[in-house]
Design a binder for this molecule. Structure first.
Ligand SMILES: [Zn+2]
Length: 389
């Protein structure tokens, strides 16, 4: 993988959930354009319709089969994956021919955007719920002789809460095939990725009946293993599609810090022959530095927020007092530089009178102390990493 791609772990991870950020009931045109790309209800696809040459011919075939609202009843997930994959191929072909071109970073930005967003849909497809009419509890009106759950929270409980509670990076990492599997025909591979996921729908519901996917209770090993295998399927598919470009040889991808959501996890498992991945993982602390950086940035935000809150509070008080006292606001003057300590004060006396009685800390001050100690901890960790490296 080229170094710009390898270095973009955090960005690719950020982009994993990006298409979910485009979903908004208030922005109907945008929402309608893309919300049907997240799934395909394979049971509703008429025989042969997926042989269509492109998305539009596919839609025409669905209308021809009498489906009234094909976007809603069927969805377009495999098309979306293939379209993005081909865009990535195109962008990489352009990139390859742009050596020493000052515009090359713009192409790199495009590649990263599409690669990250591709990750979302590939991971969606690995979640069986995204490939079936039984997308959130067994479908109403469908025969249900085995009494599968109709719980309308099943979807998010399975892919978010359960994963959050019970699945760790190592679980998935350990099950990844050592090398990316070859992709002879990307279209066939994507279609099969979706169909394979759909073939696990009943098993998903059986496991729910037998053991449950409960974030609160200890997970049954079979339930966990099912989720892990689905995440592996998504991660391996994404890895295969990312690595399929013949250009992508040479320096390898590095593992990413993992995030909380289904996509983030899958995105984190892309890319590498496993042995090489381990080697890289063992030999570097960059990943930890990235996590530490995120921690520090988060704390910085907290401090700024806290400052702003206090500032507003004080401002309001000042405004109120002025109003009461009928004083017009005076312009804010910069704080004068602290004047030198009184000359008469001897040096050692200064040290002695170190602390007057300690006033009780306000909640805000306590929070600042807490953040300060967290910052110090992270800095210490960074220092350790530096000395170890
Ligand atoms: Zn989605």
């Amino acid at each position: 993988m080229p170094s710009f791609f390898r270095a973009a772990g955090a960005q690719l991870e950020y982009l994993g959930p990006e298409p979910d950020r485009w979903r908004s009931r208030n922005l109907k045109e945008m929402d309608d354009a893309w919300e049907f790309d997240h799934y395909i209800d394979l049971e509703n696809v008429p025989e042969g319709a997926l042989d269509a040459s492109d998305r539009y011919t596919f839609i025409a075939a669905l209308y021809a089969a009498g489906i009234q609202r094909p976007q809603q009843s069927v969805g377009f997930l495999p098309w979306r994956i293939l379209e993005l994959y081909q865009r990535l191929q195109t962008e990489f072909a352009i990139w390859r021919n742009m050596e020493d071109d000052p515009d090359r970073p713009f192409v790199e930005a495009r590649i990263l955007n599409d690669a990250g967003i591709l990750g979302h849909y590939v991971a969606d497809a690995a979640q069986p719920h995204h490939t079936t009419i039984h997308f959130n509890g067994w479908a109403e009106g469908a025969p249900n002789p085995r009494g599968f759950t109709t719980d309308r929270d099943f979807h998010s409980r399975f892919e978010s809460a359960f994963v959050e509670a019970h699945i760790h990076f190592q679980d998935v990492d350990a099950e990844m095939a050592p090398d990316p599997h070859p992709v002879e025909n990307p279209r066939e591979a994507v279609w099969e990725h979706v169909r394979a996921s759909n073939r696990t729908v009943e098993e998903q519901y059986e496991l729910e009946s037998a053991y449950g996917f409960d974030p609160e209770a200890p997970a049954h090993p079979l339930a966990r293993e099912f989720v892990i295998q689905r995440l592996v399927a998504g991660a391996e598919m994404l890895r295969a599609l990312w690595c399929k470009n013949p250009l992508w040889v040479g320096p390898r991808l590095r593992p990413l810090p993992i995030g909380p959501k289904w996509q983030w996890r899958s995105t984190a498992f892309y890319g590498e022959p496993k042995a090489r991945m381990r080697e890289v993982k063992d030999s570097m602390t960059e990943k930890e530095s990235v996590v530490a950086l995120h921690d520090l940035e988060g704390m910085q935000d907290d401090l700024i927020k806290l400052f702003n809150e206090r500032f507003d509070e004080i401002n309001k008080k000042i405004g109120g007092l002025r109003m009461n006292l009928n004083i017009t606001p005076k312009p804010v003057t910069p704080k004068p530089a602290p004047s030198a300590a009184p000359a008469s004060r001897p040096e050692n006396a200064k040290r002695k009178s170190k602390k007057p009685t300690k006033p009780k800390k306000t909640e805000a001050e306590e929070r600042i102390d807490q953040i300060r100690s967290e910052v110090e901890k992270v800095l210490e960790r960074l220092g350790q990493m530096e000395t170890e490296a």
